[in-house]
Design a protein around this ligand. Structure first.
Ligand code: NFE
Ligand code: MG
Length: 469
């Protein structure tokens, strides 16, 4: 007999996400991903000064705020045809890159690894499901030490953002028109010294731990594949040609690689708690009207689709599109983060060498009267991020955000096709239905963040497994 199991909250960071799986004969046969909060950021922006958008959209999330600042500035600059100085592009890349290091360090140790080894018998390692770890005592001790070192190193990566952005989360360096912090010699020295520590940890510990994990849990080289279709919009603007990215974008559908075309994105809402009068819409025409009583709705996340396809986004999409890896699995998602970390750390040194302290960091501009539209596309830590702005008479008339976790955690679409994580869960073997740790391993390989994806809490269900006495 099949059994439905609900895990809520599912994430170890930024809650609001429930995953339900149907288990039959020891494996997952169906799955539902539900974002359980509506936050309405897109509506909060209406009628405001366009320059508020980066500051406000950064507040969508505490862990990937720099990505929102970048995407929002790119959208405004695209709308108003503002060309920012080279120094500003480089400082933005260095700020966002540092925040990416912070994210991947935390994800791999604090959010993902803990599904494979047993940390000390106290929070945050407990309470947890009951399952036996494949690591020896000595390996466990090592991993536990690295877990705590990762906190220190992610703090250092955060400090790198602070050097160039004043504070974190929600830095103040990336602003429409350029950046606000001048990258002088002392800042560069500070940045490089922090980077040296973080890089040593990533190369000497993190990279080796992930390969050890892959050897201990080889079945995860095959599990969690899903559709296998990926989308990467490209990441880090190139100063040599602003239309291009240091990490180039692309799309792979059914094994065929294509160029990425933003026109091909639409958002479905048949199963999302949003009004659906107009059918699927490209986000340039997108709407954010919540409808809590909608029949068939089970999530506040919309269902972004590319030519009708659910697409996986994130570091693995980057690695596949750029030929660094060649298959889709739980382990490849973790491995792709290490590859991306190493690539970005190499680029950081190149960008620093290109900074020119004698040149400007900001382009002045006026916001003209009239009607303007812009799109800001960037790779966020979890993958493709898109901001869409429409400005009328100096005020924001429409603002739409499509986040990486909206792609990955989306519910079924208008054709009742499952979202990428829902599909990735199908076929996952579950050893013990009462302790389905395997579900966490599959879904956390995507590093889901539902604060971003749902952008009124709907109280629902009961809390059992993880309630503390
Ligand atoms: Ni809240 Fe975010 C990232 C964005 S969503 S973490 O990376 O954008 O997936
Ligand atoms: Mg949105």
């Amino acid at each position: 007999m099949s059994k439905n199991v609900t895990i809520s909250p599912m994430t170890r960071v930024n809650g609001f996400w429930k995953v339900q799986v149907k288990i039959d004969k020891g494996q997952v046969v169906d799955a539902w991903s539900s974002g359980t909060a509506f936050r309405g950021f897109e509506n909060i922006l209406l009628g405001r000064d366009p320059r508020d958008a980066p500051y406000l959209t950064e507040r969508i999330c505490g862990i990937c705020s720099t990505a929102h600042a970048e995407a929002s500035c790119l959208a405004l600059e695209n709308a108003l045809k503002i060309e920012i100085p080279d120094n500003a592009v480089l400082v933005r890349n260095l700020s966002f890159g540092a925040d990416l290091l912070q994210n991947h360090l935390r994800h791999l140790y604090l959010l993902a690894f803990v599904d494979y080894f047993h940390g000390p018998s106290r929070p945050p390692f407990e309470p947890r499901f009951e399952w036996s770890s494949r690591f020896s005592n000595a390996e466990t001790e090592n991993l536990t030490n690295h877990y705590f070192e990762a906190i220190t190193e992610s703090h250092r990566a955060h400090e790198m953002v602070i050097v160039l952005g004043g504070k974190i989360p929600h830095q103040h360096g990336i602003i429409p028109g350029g950046v606000s912090v001048f990258p002088d010699a002392s800042k560069i020295q500070q940045y490089l010294s922090l980077l040296a520590d973080v890089e040593k940890f990533i190369n000497e510990k993190l990279a080796k731990d992930i390969e050890m994990l892959a050897r201990k849990y080889p079945e995860y080289e095959e599990l969690g594949r899903g559709y296998g279709n990926v989308l990467f919009v490209g990441n880090f603007v190139k100063i040599e040609d602003r239309r291009h990215r240091e990490l180039p974008g692309g799309v792979i559908i059914d094994g065929n690689k294509e160029l990425f075309d933003p026109e091909k994105i639409v958002e479905h809402v048949k199963h999302s708690w949003f009004e659906n009068k107009d059918g699927p819409l490209n986000p340039t025409k997108g709407k954010t009207g919540a409808n809590l009583d909608k029949e068939g709705g089970y999530s506040f996340v919309k269902a972004p689709r590319y030519m009708g396809n659910p697409m996986e986004v994130g570091p693995l999409a980057y690695a596949l599109v750029n030929g660094k890896l060649d298959k889709v699995s739980v382990m490849d998602r973790l491995r792709a983060r290490v590859i991306e970390l190493q690539e970005v750390m190499g680029l950081m040194k190149k960008w620093i060498n290109k900074l020119d302290p004698t040149k400007p960091i900001f382009s002045t501009y006026e916001i003209p009267k009239g009607h303007y539209k812009g799109i800001g596309l960037t790779g966020a830590m979890r993958g493709a991020l898109a901001h869409y702005v429409e400005i009328d008479d100096k005020k924001i008339r429409r603002y739409q955000v499509v986040t990486p976790s909206a792609w990955n955690c989306s519910p079924r679409d208008d054709n009742d096709k499952r979202g990428p994580i829902e599909e990735a869960l199908i076929g996952t073997p579950i050893e013990d239905e009462d302790n389905p740790v395997e579900v966490g391993r599959v879904v956390r390989s995507f590093d889901p963040c539902l604060a971003c994806a749902t952008h009124i809490i709907k109280a629902d269900g009961s809390v059992k497994k993880f309630a503390m006495d």
